[in-house]
Design a binder for this molecule. Structure first.
Ligand code: ATP
Length: 448
């Protein structure tokens, strides 16, 4: 992959336009909006939840269901607090933070290039920073009636630690042998100092993680395998060479226990940023959890009788960041004619919140249109709309990424046919009403 220079942001629209579309059409908007929102928290509306669920379903399909060597789980958000001592989060999961004494704003000390000018200092626009302090990013809560230190628990900062906690039981119950993996999708929480760039850096977000356990002699092979698999997944989402790249970590960036790591980065309107990390975590996690729990998590190879702690190859993708990448990658404002601009969200059909909209040309055609829509909705998410002129109805579907609109007109009653309009080319096909379901299924499955 040949990445374009980092300075280039090939988006001919403004981020505010995408954010405003998302709010206007109920895709994603600030949480608790009626109270003015809460920084770093976002709600997915009716269309957003479909988009996000489609993305998670595709990940689950590729990473779990299509493989014999991966099991899926769904663990509690709150783990035993010792988990986070073992993982190193209690001690080390922090960012350096500075405050401006004048404007009272707080920044990450390693991201001061984004701090801008100070609004409170007269005669100077520079901030007046305090020395950097470390700030632990884990969100705390307390369990039970007392609020003393013994009751402190943490909302998980990543989904993978619970996978390590459960590794032995899952392997035994599913009768897996090394190499094998455990995957889960779920919420993670980080008290980010400076949430920003829409949903990109949030305080509550979802991760889809795989921990793949391998023999120490095979860690490089499996690292390469999973990196390739994950890049192929992002390609399937439609991310081209110009917007997707792999950035291997420099030896100085690696965690002390890691042998190799790479970020999969996407070119957002605000620059190249990580959407997924692929890491060789060695035996760090299992060793630490063995130590802290006093449970032996080693594995015995039944054939060779060799006993060892498996090494872990991890793939960790942000669901919200990938949704944002999908929205940015798909969003376009197309000038069709003088003064006629169409907003279109070119999402892959598998990810589009609505797969097909059924649009009768007149309310008088509601009966056959409803009949068709009821049939289609048993198979995928559909939408019915009989109000307003047809052009406007098409545009409303274009801007939320609906790949197909099915129009029933007065001729449909006599010739038994309907018109299907394609979102991207805006071309139309006339096909028999009985073949709409197989026609759509074929295209939705192949993504064409
Ligand atoms: P960053 O350096 O951007 O903070 P990270 O390296 O700490 O990310 P990981 O701990 O490797 O991230 O988490 C794996 C994935 O989880 C990331 O690639 C990202 O997609 C997602 N993720 C991490 N932090 C956030 C966040 N605050 N908001 C949304 N997604 C996040």
């Amino acid at each position: 992959m040949n990445p374009p220079p980092a300075s280039e942001t090939p988006y001919p629209w403004r981020m505010e336009d995408l954010v405003s579309l998302c709010a206007r059409r109920g895709i994603v908007f600030p949480s608790s909006e009626i109270y003015g929102g809460i920084n770093g928290f976002w709600d997915y509306g009716p269309l957003g939840v479909e988009l996000k669920n489609n993305l998670k379903a595709l990940w689950w399909q590729r990473v779990v269901r299509e493989r014999d060597d991966v099991e899926g789980i769904d663990t509690a958000i709150i783990c035993h607090p010792r988990t986070w001592e073992a993982s190193g989060h209690v001690e080390h999961f922090s960012d350096p933070m500075v405050d401006c004494r004048a404007c009272k704003k707080r920044f990450r000390a390693d991201q001061l290039e984004d701090a801008g000018k100070c609004s409170a200092r007269e005669g100077s626009s520079e901030h007046d920073f305090t020395p950097a302090r470390h700030f632990n990013l884990m969100l705390r809560t307390s369990i039970g009636a007392s609020e003393d230190a013994a009751a402190t628990a943490y909302l998980r900062a990543e989904t993978c630690q619970a996978i390590f906690n459960d590794m032995k039981r899952v392997r035994e119950t599913s009768r897996q042998k090394v190499p094998f993996g455990i995957a889960q999708i779920g919420k993670a929480f980080r008290n980010e100092i400076n949430p920003r760039n829409f949903t990109f850096r949030s305080r509550e977000f979802e991760q889809a993680e795989l921990e793949f356990f391998v023999h120490p002699s095979e860690r490089e092979k499996w690292f390469e395998h999973w990196l390739d698999e994950r890049v192929a997944f992002h390609r399937e989402l439609g991310f081209g060479d110009d917007r997707l790249r792999v950035r291997p970590h420099q030896p100085t960036e690696l965690a002390h226990y890691a042998k190799a790591a790479a970020d999969i980065e996407f070119l957002f309107p605000f620059g190249w940023q990580e959407i997924e990390g692929v890491h060789d975590r060695g035996d760090w996690d299992l060793r630490r959890h063995s130590e802290y729990s006093s449970k032996d998590l080693a594995y015995t190879d039944e054939e060779t009788k060799e006993r060892y702690l498996p090494m872990v190859i991890e793939t960790s993708v942000g669901v919200d960041r990938t949704c944002l990448a999908l929205l940015a990658n798909g969003y376009a404002e197309e000038t069709l004619a003088e003064g006629d601009v169409r907003t279109v969200l070119r999402l892959p059909p598998a990810i589009a919140p609505i797969k097909a909209a059924v649009l009768p040309l007149s309310k008088k055609l509601a009966e056959p249109a409803h009949r068709l829509e009821r049939e289609l909705r048993r198979h995928f998410n559909t939408f019915y709309d009989e109000s307003g002129n047809i052009g406007r109805r098409y545009r409303r579907q274009d801007e939320v990424g609906t790949p197909f609109c099915v129009t029933i007109d007065f001729e449909s009653e006599t010739d038994g046919k309907v018109t299907i309009r394609h979102r991207d080319a805006m071309s139309q096909d006339r096909i028999s009403i009985d073949s709409v379901l197989p026609w759509l299924r074929e295209r939705l499955e192949t993504g064409k």
